[in-house]
Design a protein around this ligand. Sequence first.
Ligand code: SF4
Length: 147
Amino acid sequence: MLQNGFDVTGFFFNPNIHPREEFEKRRDTLSQYSLLKNFPVIYSDVYMEKEYSAKGEKDCSFCYEIRLEATAKLAKEEKYDCFSTTLLISPYQDHEKLKEIGQRMAEKYGIPFFYRNFRPEFRRSQALAKELGLYRQKYCGCTYSIP
Ligand code: SF4
């Protein structure tokens, strides 16, 4: 969707995806997809062997914050025009919280946060992944979200 109007670079930063095999599956799937769709991706290998959370329980705000902070910082350093997050396509994530944190990071690093509600495309994205034979995650990511 973003390739229609933007020159997109992906950034894989998922330090709290557990277990490590799941982290690797998601990373490798992004790599497959980026080759199919022809866009570059920057990969972060930051990984926390132990689950971490400021509260010692599921803390999505904290999780959003570390992701958006790393993205804003990198985007600014590498002179991109703006930054965003794939979390915005998920019907399970809190858009108001994402907007608030994205805006805060935009101010902190001096680079705009691009917001769009991608949720209406969620089903289509799932169908596309299936059609392309890509791995689809079964849970959000951290140990607290493993069913
Ligand atoms: S449930 Fe998902 S968004 Fe919330 S803390 Fe876990 S990985 Fe992050």
